[in-house]
Design a binder for this molecule. Structure first.
Ligand code: ATP
Ligand code: MG
Length: 340
């Protein structure tokens, strides 16, 4: 890449990673990762247990050095200027970085002081964050008395003390109940509205679907797919319109009636009397058309509807298993690495 192109890319992107490798013994945790996250956007990193998500977050946040590759965060190289990177980022890791014996307020003030803020500056910032995370009433209680959801909020508040331009969230809502999860999504959306760039890892595909502008899917230390949630859904075929013809003798005329409604020829399951029409991203448009054509020929059907593939379907197609399934394979590889 020429100097000018590289500089332009650096201006437009808050995170750039090129050819990043990291091995632990025999385990290739990252096997050549490239990322480019536009400023002010949210990148969702999906992947099963052991795919390399946390390793990537640690490298991007200077907690771990890559074996090879280049990483630039907010214009600073993680190897050449780790302190510069650290002053511009926030990290809420997979294990909370909260001192449980301290109160919420003390935790936040301590972090302010670690960022060399004045005593008053730290106190004011803590007050502001406690307020915006709904922790004002609990501010003087020891953190160990907080609920899981409060702890997560405090941890996220802690990652924001230095007003970071780039925020890294490693599974921010794992273990939260649905209410607490959607509260957390609200907080993340507000940060993004205020131009913070966010990289979040998650096992919840719904979370990536809700929050992420772009998604990368990791598996065995590699990026195996990337794009918007819609792009990824399209890779496995997009929307389908499905229905069952009530009278089997009408099956052929039904197929004829709906040919041309969607993409390509309809698929037919003769035994079940089921017809499937591929619809790309235009599920509801194709559905209407199918209804009109069948109605014109007076063909009766059951179970007519549109199905949009979920990210779960995408994940299954890409990795061969569902996101929630335990990565038992990976547990074995990590044992090998630690020589057990
Ligand atoms: N310090 C370490 N020593 C040895 N192996 C490690 C170390 N850290 C990570 N690994 C291995 O590297 C691989 C990637 O781990 P990583 O924690 O990045 O995965 P992950 O995608 O974050 O998984 P999870 O969804 O379970 O959090 C795994 O096989 C893991 O066992
Ligand atoms: Mg992890």
């Amino acid at each position: 890449m020429s100097g000018a192109v590289a500089r332009a890319k650096q201006q437009d992107h808050a995170i750039i990673a090129e050819g990043v490798y990291k091995a632990f013994g025999k385990v290739k945790a990252l096997d050549g990762i490239d990322l480019a996250v536009p400023r002010g956007s949210v990148l969702g990193v999906l992947g099963p247990n052991g795919a390399g998500k946390t390793t990537a977050v640690k490298i991007l946040t200077t907690l771990l050095s890559p074996d090879a590759g280049r990483v630039v965060v907010d214009g600073r190289d993680v190897l050449k200027d780790p302190a510069g990177v650290r002053s511009r980022i926030g990290l809420a890791g997979q294990s909370a970085a909260i001192v449980e014996e301290f109160s919420g307020r003390e935790n936040l003030e301590l972090i302010g002081r670690l960022f060399h803020m004045s005593a008053k500056g730290s106190r004011d910032r803590a007050t502001e964050l406690l307020e915006s995370f709904g922790l004002t009433d609990a501010k003087d209680r020891r953190a160990k008395t907080y609920s899981g959801g409060m702890m997560r909020r405090l941890d996220l508040a802690a990652s924001l003390v230095n007003k970071p331009n780039v925020l890294f969230l490693d599974e921010p809502t794992t273990g939260l109940d649905p209410r607490a999860r959607s509260d957390m999504w609200g907080v993340i959306r507000e940060l993004v509205a205020a131009q913070t760039t966010v990289l979040l890892t998650t096992q919840y595909l719904e979370e990536a679907d809700e929050l992420a502008d772009n998604i990368v899917v990791f598996n065995h230390g590699r990026v195996i797919a990337q794009g918007t949630a819609d792009d990824l859904k399209d890779t496995i075929g997009g929307d389908v319109v499905e229905f069952t013809v009530t009278d089997p003798r009408k099956l052929t005329s039904a197929v004829r009636a709906v040919t041309g409604c969607g993409d390509g020829d309809p698929e037919v399951d003769k035994d079940k009397g089921e017809i499937t029409v591929r619809a790309g991203r235009n599920g509801s448009g194709v559905l209407l058309d199918v209804v009109r054509q069948l109605d014109a020929k007076r063909i009766k059907v059951m179970g007519l509807g549109v199905r949009r593939p979920s990210l779960d379907d995408v994940f299954l197609a890409l990795t061969g298993h569902r996101a929630e399934e335990d990565g038992s394979l990976n547990a074995e590889t990590s044992k090998e690495a630690s020589g057990e």
